[in-house]
Design a protein around this ligand. Structure first.
Ligand code: FES
Ligand code: FES
Length: 171
């Protein structure tokens, strides 16, 4: 029996490929489609470096089977800019030195974009004290929501500053 076909739009480019049903979305992107912005860190859902925006929400691609996402839209950290203009989160990471080696950065950037959308949509987190009030982009909220993205270089101070700036710019 032939492998199933999957159609995916990745950073605005549509791909139609046959995939072994055991293939993760991360491996499809990196190994078959040459989309290398999402990084393979742990390959076990523990580091966040493979994060992309999948139909608008942040998602770990190492835990996703590609065959489940036929018709999905994937946006990676490389697809967030508008031509010559960086996305506010990308710009903020540059301004605040939100990276050192940069390996975790694409996942951090996608996660931050997802966090800002979750805040704008009023999604609570583990540290949201009052579910009746509008959720603030406090440092505690940002730390908690970004806590699934690990950085071996320890660039957390710059990352928090960058997400804080982007949250302010979005208001
Ligand atoms: S590579 Fe996916 S969470 Fe680490
Ligand atoms: S900047 Fe090196 S792992 Fe985060």
């Amino acid at each position: 029996m032939p492998d199933p076909r999957v159609q995916l739009t990745v950073d605005g480019v549509t791909h139609d490929v046959e995939v072994d049903p055991r293939t993760t979305l991360l491996d499809l992107l990196r190994e078959r489609l040459d989309v290398t912005a999402p990084k393979k860190g742990c390959d076990h859902g523990q580091c966040g470096s493979c994060t992309v925006l999948l139909d608008g929400r942040r998602h770990l691609t190492c835990l996703a089977l590609a065959v489940s996402y036929d018709g999905a839209e994937v946006v990676t950290a490389a697809g967030l800019d508008e031509g010559d203009e960086l996305h506010p989160v990308q710009q903020a990471f540059l301004e605040h030195d939100g990276y050192q080696c940069g390996y975790c950065t694409p996942g951090q950037v996608c996660s931050a974009v997802g966090v800002l959308r979750e805040l704008a949509d009023g999604h609570p987190s583990h540290v949201t004290a009052d579910l009746q009030q509008e959720t603030e982009a406090s440092d505690d909220e940002l730390r908690e929501r970004m806590s699934g993205n690990l950085c071996r270089c320890g660039a957390y101070v710059g990352i928090l500053a960058a997400v804080r700036q982007a949250a302010g710019a979005q208001r």
